[in-house]
Design a protein around this ligand. Sequence first.
Ligand code: PFF
Length: 453
Amino acid sequence: MSDKERANFGSKLGIILASAGSAVGLGNIWRFPCEVGENGGAAFILVYLVCVFFLGVPVMVSEFLIGRHSHANTATAYQILAPRTPWKTVGLMGVFAGFLILSYYTVVAGWTLEYMVSATAGRLSGAKDFTRHFNEFVANPWKPVLYMTVFMLLTHAVIVRGVKDGIEKFSKVMMPMLLLIIGILVVCSFSMPGSSEGLRFLLKPDFSKITAKVVLSAMGQAFFSLSLGMGCLCTYASYFGKEANLMKTAGSVALIDTIVAVMSGFIIFPAVYSVPGLSPDAGPGLVFVTLPNVFNIAFGNIPWLGYLFSVMFYVLLVLAALTSTISLHEVATAYIHESYGISRRKGAYIVTGGCIVLGALCSLSFGVLSDFKLGGMILFDCFDFLSAKFLMPLGGMLISLFTGWYLDRRLVWEEVTNDGKLRISFFRFYIFLLRYVAPLAIGVIFVNELLRS
Ligand code: PFF
């Protein structure tokens, strides 16, 4: 396929919002607060910030330059840049990881959709045993599968519209909405009685809490949250125009992603601390079990405010998840379309169909298939482990090695500076991070994650 036929994002804003849409997702609103809660609050956030800006941004710039230079899906990109070498495996691994992540991520996205519907219908109002409610819902044989399928079809509907009319247009609508909702919810959460305790937890670092485990969790979270290591941003960058400033775009995406993650903490912890007896380290149940309790107890006197808060919160989760599933879907769709000469529409159907089947199996692994285990894990956990803990860090490490050591330095410089038009004063520092710091640091998380599991 020639470059002329290939779609491109239409504007700089579109580029930033689509990439930030990929990065901002359940990782920020669901996983980040849960990691913060389990790893001691402010100290974790500090380590996380270092990981985002010293490891995440350099790897993101590398993904961007690989994608934009090759103008191809992530698997083909490595074949173009390193023909007849084993580097093409890095791209193929990315497509495979994207497919796996999409399958299990959409299961959780489906839960958020169900909670949004339930919140709107008023089913989350009133005193209830929300732990039981959640456990019964995820183990139900058909309901979560149905919501997962609906979510996948929503993603499909955007993807088949194409890069400019689908991904870019929807990101330009959904991202501002998402940011607006976050702003409103932060104000609401701050105004709750007792919220200062939650703020203290988030803002006052206790340095004695920084252990090896905290550092490693922060690195893993940074990679997942920034969508790095599996060619997602590389695929998006293949639609960037010549004039896009890769360093600035990576900086903006990282900044938006971090602001959303920290704001989610500012929404959740003051709210949780405003209800005595609820724990900030409730883990993955934080947004599906603890928060419905908060909405009811904290707003007991003003139920309509509790209602509004909960509806807006789950709308926020759905929007964030959708912009991410779209980017995951695009990785595989672009690959099938360009590598096998199948039309984009047919490629999208194949990905949607395949992921619905795998997603259904992941969803059922919480209920009727809970006895089916691979490596001692239910299918959902197995997919999460294989992609987020194995393929993503490995991909991130290989991408930094590829850009830092294999690629011609001139090519990297030309991409980063747009053929010398941009002045990038810290180019050498960027190369240093890529050659030594990123591979070593990621190598450490990687080995540690493998040893821990
Ligand atoms: N970054 C997304 C989140 O934080 O929820 C998850 C994700 C999206 C991971 C796309 C990987 C990816 F390619």
